[in-house]
Design a binder for this molecule. Structure first.
Ligand code: ATP
Length: 370
């Protein structure tokens, strides 16, 4: 794959106190964030949370009701869309059906009478590994290939920031995974800032350096994928990024670096530096894969580990593992699983014991999403 010559590299994208209201409805609510130059940034959230509106504001397709937008040092808030160093790839590729692939990619440059339009379009097609299909029409391409043409067309005029709005949404799962890897490679190769909007947490986690989780027009939490997964700060983030077991509790003391929290019929440990508050009501969380499960009476819970006792309500064999749902008094249904290494832990109706290393416990501010 070639590199688009003269690619300008990335520029920081700075969103300052941006709000967008549609009549009385606030779609984006006082959003401030800095997207570092050259990063692969994902804006992740459920349908309607305001991610596309945010992207459209950055693209210049929508005017913010309030706030400032900068790219590098330049204030672009009032710049029309076509004057911004930004390009967008949409889920609908919007290719011209009557033009060849090459002409589709060269079109914008030709409009602007750029001298080496065709040569640059060819290089962009090489980047997405489609040079051999340059003379086809879009209808003669697969969905993934059309998506790559759209990508080539978006990078050919050397934007500093590339916006991607659910660009893989129309592809089947297998192609989607493949394109995720390719997109990431292209971003690394070009060194551009990519801002990727998606509601697919796995897609955001596998591709992005930084993920911002958006909810009701606001950023709930932003960070590296692992950090968000292991240390979510709200129940919304914990639940949106994967399965989690949450339990309400009350801080009753402290033992060294751990807070002692009365929850789920026992005293659980939570590292104080992972707690949102060090007294009063807290919510504890743990990812299902961090827990071990035993048949009651055969448990070996290491000293200092957290423990839950309950009754298995469902055990489902999934191939690589067996997933257990356990009813824990005072908590509700807790999920965990075992690797299928031959051990059988129990079936519905059996009593079970679960435990986990307290260092895997995260603490949340008590809220209504629990
Ligand atoms: P999705 O994943 O479904 O596209 P999203 O997170 O991208 O969702 P937005 O498209 O940004 O969400 O929309 C945010 C909210 O703003 C939605 O409730 C939507 O109905 C509303 N909205 C968006 N555009 C307009 C508009 N032009 N007029 C009125 N309301 C709008």
């Amino acid at each position: 794959a070639g590199v688009v010559p003269g690619a300008t590299g990335g520029a920081d994208l700075i969103i300052e106190n941006v709000s967008k209201r549609f009549a009385t409805f606030t779609a984006v609510d006082d959003l401030s964030l800095t997207i570092p130059s050259g990063s692969f940034f994902a804006l992740l959230g459920p349908s309607g949370c305001g991610k596309s509106t945010t992207l459209r504001i950055v693209a210049g397709l929508e005017q913010p009701s309030e706030g400032t937008l900068r790219i590098g040092t330049e204030d672009v808030t009032d710049l029309p869309s076509h004057r911004r160093p930004v390009n967008t790839v949409f889920q609908s590729y919007a290719l011209f059906p009557h033009m060849t692939v090459l002409d589709n990619v060269a079109f914008g440059l030709k409009q602007r009478k750029v001298a080496d339009a065709v040569a640059r379009a060819k290089e962009a097609l090489e980047l997405v590994e489609l040079a051999h299909l340059a003379n086809r029409k879009p209808a003669q391409l697969s969905g993934g290939q059309q998506q790559r043409v759209a990508l080539a067309r978006a990078v050919v005029n050397r934007p500093q920031v590339l916006l991607l709005d659910e660009p893989l949404g129309a592809l089947d799962m297998k192609l989607r995974r493949q394109m995720q890897v390719e997109l990431k490679q292209i971003q690394t190769e070009l060194g551009l800032t990519f801002v990727h909007v998606t509601h697919d947490q796995e897609e955001a986690m596998t591709m992005a350096d930084v993920v911002a989780v958006m909810n009701k027009g606001r950023i709930e939490q932003m960070g590296a994928p692992r950090e968000l997964y292991e240390l979510p700060k709200t129940a919304f983030v914990a639940n949106f990024l994967g399965k989690s077991n949450l339990m309400r509790g009350k801080v009753v003391g402290r033992d060294g670096e751990y807070l002692l929290v009365e929850a789920a019929g026992g005293v659980q440990r939570l590292r104080a530096d992972r707690a949102v508050a060090d007294s009063g009501e807290v919510v504890l969380g743990v990812r299902p894969e961090k827990m071990r499960i035993f048949t009651a009476g055969e448990e070996s819970v290491p000293e200092g580990h957290n423990r839950l006792d309950g009754t298995i309500v469902d055990a489902s064999f999934t191939g690589v593992s067996t997933e257990y749902l356990i009813d824990v008094p005072g908590v509700g249904i807790v999920g965990t699983f075992t690797q299928n290494m031959g051990q059988v832990t129990g079936e519905a109706g059996d009593s079970a014991v679960m435990c986990w290393d307290p260092d895997f416990t995260f603490g949340l501010a008590g809220d209504d999403d629990v």
